[in-house]
Design a protein around this ligand. Sequence first.
Ligand SMILES: [Zn+2]
Length: 574
Amino acid sequence: MALDLLIKNGTVVDGSGAPRARGDVGIRDGRIVEIGRVGSAAERVVDALGMIVAPGFIDGHTHMDAQVSWDRIGSCSCWHGVTTVIMGNCGFGLAPCPPADREWFARCLTAVEDIPTEAMLAGIDWTWETFPEYLATVDRLPKAINYGAYIPHSALRMYAMGKRALTETATPDDLARMAAAVKEAIRAGAMGFSSSLATTHVTPDNTPVASRIADWAEIDHLVGAMAELGAGIFQVGPDISGGAAQRAFFARLKQVAVRSGRPVMFGTIASRQGDQPNPWTYQLDYLDECAAAGARVWGQTTTRSINAIFSLKSYLPFDVLPAWRELRRLPLAEQKRRLTDPATRRQLVAEEASMKPRDNVFQGGGAATTDPRRPDYDNLYAMRDVEWADPTVAELARERRQHPVEVMIDLALANENQVFVQPLVNERPDEVRGLLEHPLTLATFSDSGAHVCQEMGSSLQTHLLSYWVRGKHAFTLEQAVRMLTHDNARAWEISDRGLVKEGYRADLIVFDEARVRPAMPTVETDLPGGARRLVQRAEGIAATVVNGQVTLENGQPTGAVPGVLLRGPGATAR
Ligand SMILES: [Zn+2]
């Protein structure tokens, strides 16, 4: 029988970690049906001569819950080889949600994840109330990548308890209602249940988000509800404050994992944690201890530092200062004109002196871009390329004998797309490498869909391939592809993706291993309602295939929308 698609003449890196092999890949009805020397006729042929053919990448830590409504292609992740994402992480999402509270939920998501409320109100046809109704909506939406979702704790708690969710312990009635909703979600296909205890997660009123009000008994109860069904992953944004509080958090989390028997994931693993950091190896030792105790616990990590990103077109670290605030309200051209005026410049530079000194507390991307603390110019880089060898603003200030603020103004005037990068966590490459090498860590945590104007993690996959594989030879291509595909598929219990294997779903990417890399990030105003976001594309990926259909050719969408809703192993027949 003829094939729908044939990827010919490529070199297959199959995702298992096995050495590469020359071969064609034949696809029919969305699945891989032949690998090797394939002679069958095909409706469409992609020539992959000189290219690597690998499984599409799986990113388990995204916040694309809102974006899926308006962005068919799944950017920016799709440009980096990602064909499957999990959303609803850290307890945040848009369901369950009573109709009257939609705007409140949207504002909470804006506060925590910097997803613009205006984009959500303009871009979402908000028809659901329950979590299964939300999944059904995602199922129906046209989409070019696959989506799985957790039922998010903060949304669930606000749904079950109303405003009490932000201050009160759950009553037995509340617990029963939430547990029933978790079970209903798992049966409808949720990948699991997510929560957060991270101190960076606050509401628009700067109070802890709902999940942080929950006690451990509530966590036990809700993870226990999944255990009763024998399905579902528990994902949690961990305590990142360091010291004894963090150790207590991890000890208690281990109990949850041991008692429930459910897989537990926390992320991100953070090397920087405030004034009393635990050594970065502490969380790796912890993963080993959990495994020794029979628990399934995974640590999520990135492939480089998580960074706050600044630019003239988005945030600058000084935007909260009065003279800056006034300037930054103006149209871009007018801002640029005033930034050349000597008196204005003197005032803007002088105001910086009133900023509070920086402390060691891990801020998260949101706080870093809106908090009135003075930047650490030795840890603020003027990005020139994606090789992570950029000069710091402090170095440039010494070189040019200028105040660091003037350096930033001049660079922005010379190039309005100039981006400044401030690593927030995991800023030491040797530590990142150590995290990635551990067998119980997962290369994920793009936070894609969130922090849209504050961070750009969506390129973590192409960064792994260009920086760590091609640049540093820290991993072979086979190892790196396995980390992004099979390892993540196994952790998220996705049984038919993540390998180039007969019978598997045909999620594939075709790329040039000598060229693949992230492009430079830019600020665009392409969100619904004209809201801005950071955009980062990639180079060197020739084709992306999802469920057997080509969705991207050299980064350009083909218009095909073959993505599906992934249902977890606890889903009952529909
Ligand atoms: Zn998150």
